[in-house]
Design a protein around this ligand. Sequence first.
Ligand code: C2E
Ligand code: MG
Ligand code: MG
Length: 741
Amino acid sequence: MQVSEDTNDDFLFIDDSGEDEILDESGGEIWKVLIVDDDPEIHSVTQLALSDLIVLGRRLEYIHAYSGRDACKLIEEHDDIVLVLLDVVMETDDAGLNVVKHIRETLERSDIRIVLRTGQPGYAPEESVIKDYDINDYKTKTELTRRKLVTTVYAAIRSYQQIATVTQNRIGLEKIIGAAAHLLELHSVHEYALGILIQLKLLCESKSSVFCARGQGIVDGVDDLSLYILGQDGLSSVLINQKLETLKNNEASERVASCYQQKQNFYSPTCLALYLASGSYKSVIYIELEQELTEIDQQLIEVFLTNIAIGYENVHLFQKLRNAAYKDWLTELPNRLEFVNLLDNFGQNNSDNSLVAGLIDINHFSDINDGLGQDLGNQLLSAVANRLKSLGEQCQFARVGADVFGVIGPSEKVNPENLTALFNQSFSAGEQHLPINVCIGLCSKEDAGSRGVNILNQINIALNLAKKNQLEHFVYYKKEMEEETLWRLGMIRQLRTDFAEQRLEVWYQPQLNLTSGKVIGAEALLRWRTSDGKFISPVVFIPLAEYSGLIIEIGDWVVNQACKQIKRLEEAGFDDVGISVNVSIPQFRRVDFVETVIEATKIHQVEPKKLELEVTENILMDDPQLVIDALTKVKAEGIRIALDDFGTGYSSLSYLQKLPLDRLKIDRSFVCDITKPGKSILADTIINLGKQMNLRVIAEGIEDEAQQEHLKSLGCHEVQGFYYAKPMPADEFLTYLRNHQ
Ligand code: C2E
Ligand code: MG
Ligand code: MG
């Protein structure tokens, strides 16, 4: 519809109707116009003049104010007024201008159009007012013919609508920019999908919407080419990760499929299918509309889609990165980093106190890996991961280390019985069926800290104890363990520095021939005197030295000290006194252990037979063959071997027979009660066993004469104990020898 300026101006109140070209079919909507004039007649003629006018498809509706004050009130009450036809002079000369200020300054309404009218030319406002207050037109009433009024009103309303459109566009664009910024913060595909649907709801009133894409690589365990629902709004959350068909909406299925294939948006009055793609990531958003979209809405949606498409690709790339950072590539389980995050949740989840978190460590996995190859090792790990999953969906799993798995779940699922049962049957990897044993560290919610890293540490403490535990292969974390660990670490630190500062000493406890009473040798025993002069018992610090590996260096040093001592004794004329040195398991794990011992005898030029290594039965527990091989080599050099604390360990006799032994040492526990009726039977058995195996037998821990006599009657060869002498420093031992010649 067009309005042309007519040069043939008529006076306002002269009827010049018949300008049908400016009329249009009217819809239901209206433009609200406020007529402000203190002259009632102006109201009626204005209304009359504009009575049939339809502007941009809408009729006009009028409200009337007869003073500036009334006008202000009405404008506040009706926020849909688009145009004010305003008399300048009313109750005061500037009443109209006050209304203008009220609209623009107080109400900050810049969209309402204003046409000023005045009866007399002399009341024209300043030009600056017209500019500053964005006045559409200023006319004297006599200037306004009907045609002119219509043209003015028409232009004003059109300008209103343009402003409204721009404003609406601006709001829409602001929403898009805001949405894009918001969406940038979402890093999972599912969150992103939902974020987009929510933003779209703001752009077009949607009843419901779904976000669909191929599930491959996004939905766990899916590798077909069907379209899956990744996000929904206004429907049901159970639809997430389900095939689009579960929606049971044929129209949706068809629209989405064709949109996906044709790569084109589809608009209808009731629904939309929008194609969102960037790089190789494609998706379709299907929306059921509350009401039909305007053209502007459509344009905004297109702008929105172009804006966010790149973000959709990014979110996939981000997910891939995340997977690389947080997933174990082999088993596809969460990795250690992610397990720490899961433990964070576990620690902060206060609603469920029955939860338990644990670590499961496969025993001797490296043997399988080394022996059967990495491929088989990998297959085995995957098989373990799958077996773990059978604990159920309430549990979460992770691969925390090469052969360590993490688990979190309710205590009725995650407990030693269930976890152990998982490993009762062997695992198939390739052609092999491999039996597996595990150690398990557990921590229940009530004992757990709140931060994931701490909890992991707590479970680790329990796991380490489980590995050492010889009776049971699982341990629950308890608070005291941590205190103990801290204490232990402190002690190890102190031991390390004190060893470096040469605060460790080797003392000697004499060993005597029971028949002749002659000193035949001594046992070298470590002493640790700390800087404050206190002695810490070897019973306390030897296990710490073993645990920390320090025993390797310390043990080396003891062997060398013992060799030096043998040499000194020789030089002092004691040619037939040997020294026994205690050796711990970790020392055998050192590849050159045998060589270092032999080397020590050579450096100090001692006869190998004067050096004896004392090993306990437990040394055979872990890796018997390693120990047997090492001792056989040592023995071949002529160095002697004694079995310490005999009778207290768990080793099998068949292994003991393979040890190249020279002596059996009867543990102090069998000696202390030996004089009580019926209590000597074990000592007796050991002595007989020794004799049958052609070994010498030495009893240790003899504290009184009665014990000595009893041992003598049983035929024991040698003795060592406080009854004869306590362990003493090297120099004192020399004096002792001189006094006991
Ligand atoms: P062990 O090898 O069985 O040493 C004998 C322990 O019994 C020594 O304790 C000794 O002082 C103590 N003992 C000897 N006679 C008697 C007695 O009549 N009555 C009583 N009540 N005790 C007696 P110590 O010196 O405290 O050593 C404890 C353990 O520490 C040793 O037991 C040994 O297993 C370990 N150990 C000591 N020195 C070394 C070392 O250099 N290397 C390694 N690996 N372990 C060592
Ligand atoms: Mg010993
Ligand atoms: Mg002993």
